[in-house]
Design a protein around this ligand. Structure first.
Ligand code: A3P
Length: 265
C-alpha cells in the first residue's frame, strides 16, 4: 500500500490549552481514517525543533494511507506568534481545529494544573489561592496573570486569520465536548471530510471519573487522572467579576470568528 506524505493531508489541533485538546485527539482517533501522533510534537512553536526541518516533523507524525488523515495536537501553537506562518509554509490547505472553553473555567483549570505541578515539584512555598492570583490587591482583575491572559482568545485568533481563511479553522466547543462528545465529533467529521463513523456506541459515561470514556473494536479507555481534575472552590463573587471582565473580550472573539459561543456574563 502506498504511504502518503504526511504533509499534504494533515489536520492540527492548535489549542487552547486546558480546553480538552487531549480528549479531542483521543476521540478523533476512534475514527478508522484517522492517524494521530501520540505525543505533543512542538515542531512549529519551538525554534530548536523547527530548525531541524520538515524531516524531523515527518518522523514524529504517524504514517497514513490513502484516504487517511494525520492529526497532531500541540496547544501552545495557538499562542505562539510564529506558528501560523510556519504551518502555512508547510501546507496552505491544512485544516485547523481550535477547541475553546468558557474562559473563566479554562483559567481555573489552568491554575489547578499549575498548582498540581508545583505540589509535585515538592515546593515548600505556600500555595496562593486562585482568587489571590486573579485579582490585584485593589480588587481589579490581574489581566497579566497567565491563566487569565491565555483565556483572552481574540488576542491570538486574529493572527491565524491573517494567514488562513476562516473556513480552514473549526471552532470546537470544549464545554459541549464534555457533555455531548458525539455532537461535536460529528461536526468535525464533516469539517474534515470524513465519513460519519463516530457515534454514541463509542462512548459511555463513567460515574467515578465524571466524564465520558471511549471505546471501539480495539480500545476501551478513560483519559488519565490529569484530565478531569477536581477544581478548587472559587469565591462566586470573584467568578462573577471575572465573567464580567471577559464579556467584552468574548464578544470580540465572537465577532472575529462569526460565532456566538454563549458564555455566561
Ligand atoms: P480539567 O482537568 O480542568 O477538568 P487539555 O487536554 O487541553 O489539557 O484539557 C483538559 C480538560 O479536558 C480537562 O480539564 C477536562 O475537563 C476536559 N475533558 C473533556 N472531555 C474529557 C473526558 N472525556 N475525560 C477527561 N477530561 C475531559
Amino acid at each position: 500500500m502506498e504511504v502518503l506524505n504526511v504533509l499534504n493531508n494533515n489536520a492540527i489541533i492548535i489549542g487552547v490549552r486546558k480546553c480538552g485538546t487531549r480528549a479531542l485527539l483521543e476521540m478523533l482517533c476512534l475514527h478508522p481514517a484517522m492517524q494521530t501522533a501520540a505525543r505533543e510534537v512542538h515542531f512549529f512553536d519551538r525554534d530548536d525543533n523547527y530548525g531541524k526541518g520538515l524531516d524531523w516533523y515527518r518522523k514524529r507524525m504517524p504514517h497514513s494511507f490513502r484516504g487517511q488523515l494525520t492529526l497532531e495536537k500541540t496547544p501552545s501553537y495557538f499562542v505562539t506568534p510564529e506558528v501560523p506562518e510556519r504551518i502555512r509554509a508547510m501546507n496552505s490547505s491544512v485544516k485547523l481545529l481550535l477547541i475553546v472553553r468558557e474562559p473563566v473555567t479554562r483559567a481555573i483549570s489552568d491554575y489547578t494544573q499549575l498548582r498540581s505541578h508545583a505540589a509535585t515539584a515538592a515546593s515548600n512555598a505556600p500555595q496562593r489561592s486562585f482568587e489571590e492570583l486573579a485579582l490585584n490587591s485593589d480588587g481589579t482583575v490581574n489581566s497579566s496573570y497567565r491563566p487569565l491572559s491565555l483565556s483572552i482568545y481574540h488576542t491570538f485568533i486574529h493572527r491565524w486569520l491573517e494567514v488562513f481563511s476562516r473556513n480552514q479553522i473549526l471552532i470546537v466547543n470544549g464545554d459541549r465536548l464534555i457533555e455531548d462528545p458525539v455532537d461535536q465529533l460529528q461536526r468535525i467529521e464533516q469539517f474534515l471530510g470524513l465519513e460519519p463513523r463516530i457515534g454514541r456506541h463509542n462512548f459511555y459515561f463513567n460515574n467515578t471519573k465524571g466524564f465520558y470514556c471511549l471505546r471501539n473494536d480495539t480500545a476501551d479507555k478513560c483519559l488519565r487522572e490529569t484530565k478531569g481534575r477536581r477544581h478548587p472552590r472559587v469565591d462566586p463573587l470573584v467568578v462573577s467579576k471575572l465573567r464580567k471582565y471577559f464579556s467584552e473580550h468574548n464578544q470580540r472573539f465572537y465577532d472575529i470568528v462569526g460565532e456566538d459561543l454563549g458564555w455566561p456574563e
